[in-house]
Design a protein around this ligand. Structure first.
Ligand SMILES: Cc1ncc(COP(=O)(O)O)c(C=O)c1O
Length: 394
């Protein structure tokens, strides 16, 4: 079925927003299995295996994985709540809406926040962090690996290196909601203390899980806190379950955990490095195709994330009618958010999407913008680039 046929049939649309993402069939099948009890040995085995694979995905030897029902924002809150006492000084590196959200959470928790802000369309640079770290001592620095509002990706290894060199005792806490599973993250090698994400992005699951991978120093920081002003959000209460899932603290999202095990199995079957390369390739192909129609990447070169594209419209294109046109063609993409609302569109290409989905997006955009004058030029570009890469549309 073509996308327009799907739409005419009133059928399912292709979800190409930067999360939630389309969910692969085998993951949907895992989700649709009869619900298991949380003490069922089959469920316990899935949970144990998912937790092991999660830690393996980010190369963290002694980390505690924490997977709870919730979303990325809960994971952000838990990261701060469990590592920092009230009034602790913390540096927030922000390159968009989600760095700003981290600051709002830190303010809500009574931390003393300073921020280092990237230039618009850029990620925070090692130089900016170096300068900020020379001003004051911090207990922690937060980073957004990929900010979904701007499509920018921080050079995590370089930035973490600067933090380690300047203030080795500061914890490095990384919001990887739009990154984990789609781009390389080597927690131990890069000296990261905590990585957090949500299920609905590059892991390729539906929304519903908050995931944290907590390194040894972050675990020690929690143990040093006299109290944590949250019951559900205190990872020490979850720890026994994460160390041995055959128990109960609060009911896990059992179907989602079974699906997480399947999503991670898919990642390891494909091979993480192959998967990261696929994300790079799909980003490149999509941007080349849409460039043919006059779209321009919003983030500066060298700052562009492979998990989503944030694009300026061609001259004269009205944002609302373009988004509506795409929707009517069966493709759901997103408007800009924050300062970029109405100025850019955002297209997700993470998780388990491939050449077929990318081609569908470009074809739909071509139909919306060029209509009957279309000679399929953008489509041709996509096919040519895919061919150069040795990829076929299946
Ligand atoms: C980088 C980033 N951080 C945090 C969040 C918040 O996650 P959630 O919407 O799952 O609460 C998002 C959501 O898009 C995000 O992209």
């Amino acid at each position: 079925m073509t996308t327009s046929e799907t739409q005419e049939a009133g059928g399912e649309r292709l979800l190409m927003i930067p999360g939630p993402v389309p969910v692969a069939e085998s993951i949907r099948e895992a989700l649709a299995q009869p619900t298991l009890g949380h003490r069922d040995p089959q469920f316990v085995a899935h949970f144990r295996s998912a937790l092991q694979k999660l830690v393996q995905l980010v190369d963290a030897a002694d980390a505690l994985p924490v997977v709870v029902p919730g979303s990325g924002t809960l994971a952000m809150e838990m990261a701060l709540l469990n590592t920092l006492p009230v009034q602790a000084p913390i540096l927030i590196a922000t390159q968009g809406v989600f760095g700003d959200r981290m600051r709002q959470i830190a303010d809500t928790l009574g931390l003393e926040t300073d921020e280092v802000r990237a230039e618009m369309g850029q990620a925070v640079t090692p130089e900016q962090l170096q300068a900020a770290l020379q001003q004051r001592r911090y207990d922690a620095v937060t980073l957004t690996h990929v900010d979904t509002s701007t499509g920018t990706m921080v050079d995590l290894r370089a930035v973490a290196g600067v933090i380690k060199a300047q203030q080795p005792e500061a914890l490095i806490l990384v919001d990887s909601v739009c990154a984990t599973g789609g781009v390389p993250e080597y927690m131990d090698a890069w000296g990261l203390d905590l990585i957090l994400t949500g299920s609905q992005k590059a892991l390729g699951l539906p929304p519903g899980l908050a995931l944290l991978i907590v390194g040894a120093r972050a675990q020690a920081a929690r143990r040093a806190l006299p109290r944590v002003p949250s019951y559900y959000g205190d990872w020490e209460r979850w720890r026994p379950i994460m160390e041995n899932p055959d128990g109960y603290f609060a009911t896990p999202a059992t179907n989602m955990v079974v699906a997480l095990d399947q999503a991670l199995a898919m990642i390891f079957k494909e091979g993480p490095e192959t998967r990261f390369a696929r994300h790079e390739a799909m980003a490149l192909v999509l941007r080349r195709g849409l460039a043919e129609l006059g779209f321009e990447a919003y983030p500066a070169l060298g700052h562009q994330a492979p998990t989503l594209s944030v694009l300026r419209y061609p001259a004269g294109v009205d944002a609302a009618s373009f988004l509506r046109g795409m929707y009517n063609q069966g493709i759901v993409i997103a408007d800009g958010i924050g300062q970029l609302a109405g100025k850019v569109c955002r297209i997700g290409h993470m998780g388990n999407i491939g050449p077929r989905e990318v081609l569908q997006v470009v074809e739909a955009a071509e139909r919306v913008l060029v209509r009957e004058q279309s000679n399929g030029k953008a489509r041709g570009v996509v096919l040519a680039v895919l061919k150069d890469m040795g990829l076929n549309v299946t």
